[in-house]
Design a protein around this ligand. Sequence first.
Ligand code: PAF
Length: 283
Amino acid sequence: MQVIKQVQALRRYLSECRQDSIALVPTMGCLHAGHVSLIRKAKRLADVVVVSIYVNHLQFSEGEDFEQYPRTFEDDVKICVAEGVDVLFQPKNLYTDDGVKISLQVHEMDGVLCGVSRLGHFDGVVTVVNMLFNIVQPNLAIFGEKDWQQLTILRRMVADLHIPISVVGSALVREDDGLAMSSRNRYLTDLEREKALFLSQILQKMQALAAQGESKQYIISVGLAYLQEADIDLDYLEIRDEQSLLPATAIPKPTDRIFVAAMIGHTRLIDNMPLLKNLENVA
Ligand code: PAF
């Protein structure tokens, strides 16, 4: 595996591979089984796999965990070698030294869910992913479905900006007890980790209620009451259309998805599941 830190060096290396298909797996490092599933999918879909590791300051708001975000480069290298990654791209800084003068902006799609409490977050995401797309020029790029809103916005970005790259989603990976895998899980104390389980549990309970034919209004009210009872510091619990991210209508649809975000101690966690369980993506 090549570890490359300079844009020019990466371009030189990839210029030799252009006859093959190239997949990019953009990450912020601190790789876990969720990232491994992205890498494995990339390897199934392309000849050359590039993993990028870059903790992008532009997508962190003031007061968020940019400084504290876990950097575990040595372990990440081992995982990438074991998974047969071809290139690990770890740039030091992707932005010009005199500050960010040009960036991309998301409209409307960041006015819901995580965008409401993480102002500017998705502008930072699309800006850096666009840079990575320009640098690597892959045929496809893989993103996890845990960050469903991010994936939806990035799909829209390539469509709206005519970027010739396929954005591919990869199913969320859970711990054995149901907790959605996240680099931020390592912030949790034992007690907080137990509390975090309420998030996946409530999504499952809501799926069960949907399977019994309960109304969405009732399902949401049960979910909110359950999380309140568990003393969860909730950001949102909502059922939305998974493609448009608009609020779900009263009539059940296969594209209805439940989204939750909460602060567990100082850690912000998110999760999502389809409302209709048998439609769970097992790809
Ligand atoms: O999902 C992430 O880890 C980040 O948002 C991404 C896509 C690597 C952009 O910094």
